[in-house]
Design a binder for this molecule. Structure first.
Ligand code: ADP
Ligand code: MG
Length: 235
């Protein structure tokens, strides 16, 4: 038998690490002279709930949009589900809620959600999506008539419509009042319990603490701390 053949025995079953869903190395984005994201190295495993915590301008949105393939890095590499962020097979497994996203204003909520559902191979049912986003009573409202908080819930509905394995949420609770925020956190915990991988940004340590099992603190585009919420709170 060739010596390169791996051997296994019951006594030495290796602990298999969870597969990495996102691997970014040396991720950098410049806007002219400004270095918005500065050499970020990040590996996120399947089922991780990770908060990117940082003040306005820290580079959270730029990072998330590069991981989504919406902005081109100046330097560095990104793999999502072991492929380019723009690969069709990757996009089919990813949902996103961005800070600046607008559904067509003249559609009803149900029509907008249906529109997005149809692009995914295995979508959730319309009622399931509307229920999770607390929009069942708004299904016939026009998108352009929703309040800020309702629009944000619609953005969440659109993000989960395709039952994605990986969810990006960029400051998802910014326009929500306290009760809507708590309901939203429950939804995110439910998705986490299903084994989804979730990367969300926030400038609120309490929110990171409430939801994440790992907090990556960024400042001026660099990671300045990376640990459990308890570790981050202690620093
Ligand atoms: P955050 O989401 O943490 O608030 P951003 O990623 O939006 O941070 O922005 C990081 C930095 O990059 C900020 O200084 C911001 O002004 C700048 N920036 C973001 N987008 C652009 C752009 N399209 N052109 C020029 N500068 C930008
Ligand atoms: Mg932002």
């Amino acid at each position: 038998m060739p010596s390169t053949t791996p051997t296994t025995s019951a006594a030495t079953v290796p602990v298999r690490p969870r597969p990495a869903v996102i691997v970014a190395a040396g991720l950098t984005k410049r806007y002219g002279d400004l270095v918005a994201v500065d050499g970020l190295d990040l590996a996120i495993g399947q089922g991780d709930i990770v908060a990117i915590l940082g003040p306005n301008g820290a580079g959270k949105s730029t990072t998330i949009e590069m991981l989504l393939g919406l902005r081109t890095p100046t330097r560095g590499t990104i793999r999502v589900f072991d492929a380019e962020p723009n690969a069709k097979a990757t996009r089919a497994r990813v949902g996103a809620m961005l800070q600046e996203s607008h559904a067509p204003e003249t559609l009803t909520v149900a029509e907008a959600v249906d529109l997005v559902r149809h692009y995914y191979p295995v979508a959730l049912s319309l009622d399931d999506i509307l229920g999770r986003a607390d929009l069942l009573d708004k299904r016939s409202s026009r998108v352009g008539q929703l309040s800020g908080g309702q629009q944000q819930r619609l953005n969440f509905a659109l993000a989960i419509a395709g039952d994605p394995d990986l969810l990006f949420l960029d400051e998802p609770t910014a326009a929500l009042d306290v009760s809507a925020r708590l309901m939203f956190w429950e939804q995110v915990r439910g998705l986490a319990a299903q084994g989804k991988t979730i990367l969300f940004s926030t400038h609120n340590l309490a929110e990171a603490d409430a939801l994440a099992d790992r907090v990556v603190v960024i400042s001026h585009g660099r990671i300045v701390a990376d640990g459990t919420p308890a570790q981050i709170k202690a620093t």
